[in-house]
Design a binder for this molecule. Structure first.
Ligand code: ATP
Ligand code: MG
Length: 289
């Protein structure tokens, strides 16, 4: 994995699978920081594994998508902050893939919303007729639209471990019942609002994952990336062809065909790398992001 770039004026505090977090130099930790710099790398991960090589330009495209959605969903509290006057400037080398954000106490829950039956949801439905404890009608096919969007949270495992689907009741034990209900309601609301906007532009958001945190005043805010082609499945609403999606399904499909998920994943071929970057760009064009 490529090391986090060192940025003048900023101290690197943590690396996620894709993003790097920095605090202003001289700040002890995230909690005491006045602002954070969240920098998206070009790394790509699938099935919770970091892959090689990076996808050129991906960090910038993801940041553009997140910014677009934060602006579209202006009524939902988010973690963006305006750079403070006299604050630490953002080096131009990472400006296009960085966001100034508020330090939040993150909930250890990946808030997944599914509007369509696909991927692990489809696999589970075939075995049990339900997805993450949500009973679904019989006779649904792969890729079908669900009667209504469902919330299927996952436990956000510490770095290096794999996330795990959990029931709504387990999220209550993790974060308390008020927060658990708020995360569910916000996730469903944001998904529906975004899915309607995307559909007007000819794109289906099949599913997505949100991360939320609490600010110093206790307010719940949407954080991390939002509705990017990493965190969401995007399909072309016009072609009806779901195999050529605008997201990293291309990477997942190639990996499934060339790797048994044991040991180190194989290096992605150039054709997959360029195709993925191209699809991410097409999505941005389609959405007008
Ligand atoms: P993935 O998103 O692929 O499941 P990940 O969330 O572990 O994996 P990244 O998204 O690359 O990895 O890392 C970003 C990290 O920054 C995450 O741990 C996320 O929870 C955290 N984060 C995002 N926004 C904030 C914020 N405003 N305050 C504090 N931490 C944040
Ligand atoms: Mg994340």
């Amino acid at each position: 994995m490529t090391a986090a770039p060192s940025l003048p004026g900023w101290t690197h505090v943590s690396s996620g699978k894709v993003r790097e977090l920095y605090v202003p130099e001289g700040t002890a930790d995230i909690a005491s920081a006045s602002e954070l710099l969240l920098v998206a790398s070009d790394r790509v991960s699938a099935y919770d594994f970091a892959l090689e090589p990076p996808i050129p330009g991906k960090g910038e495209l993801l940041t553009r998508l997140s910014r677009f959605w934060f602006a579209q969903l202006a009524d939902v509290p988010n973690h963006l902050v305006a750079p403070s006057a006299g604050g630490t400037p953002v080096p131009s080398s990472v400006a296009a893939r960085s966001m100034h954000v508020m330090p939040l106490e993150m909930f250890p829950v990946e808030c997944v919303v599914r509007g369509y039956l696909v991927g692990s949801g489809w696999a589970e439905y075939q075995e049990t007729g339900s997805v993450c404890g949500v009973q679904l009608p019989e006779g649904l096919s792969n890729g079908d639209r669900l009667p209504e969007p469902i919330y299927t949270p996952a436990y956000k495992a510490p770095q290096g471990e794999h996330d795990e689907n959990i029931s709504f009741e387990q999220t209550v034990s993790l974060v308390g019942s008020d927060a658990a209900s708020a995360l569910r309601d916000l996730s469903l609301r944001v998904y529906s609002e975004a899915a309607a906007i995307a559909l007007e532009r000819g794109v289906i958001i099949a599913d997505t994952k949100f991360e939320f945190g609490r600010d110093a005043s206790g307010r719940i805010r949407i954080a991390d990336e939002v509705l990017t082609s990493d965190s969401s499945r995007y399909w072309d609403a016009r072609s009806g062809n779901r195999t050529e999606s605008f997201d990293k399904q291309i990477v997942r499909d190639w990996l499934s065909a060339h790797w048994d998920r044991q040991g180190t994943p194989p290096v992605l071929p150039e054709s997959i790398v360029s195709r993925t970057a191209e699809r991410y760009r097409e999505l941005i064009d389609r959405l007008g992001a």
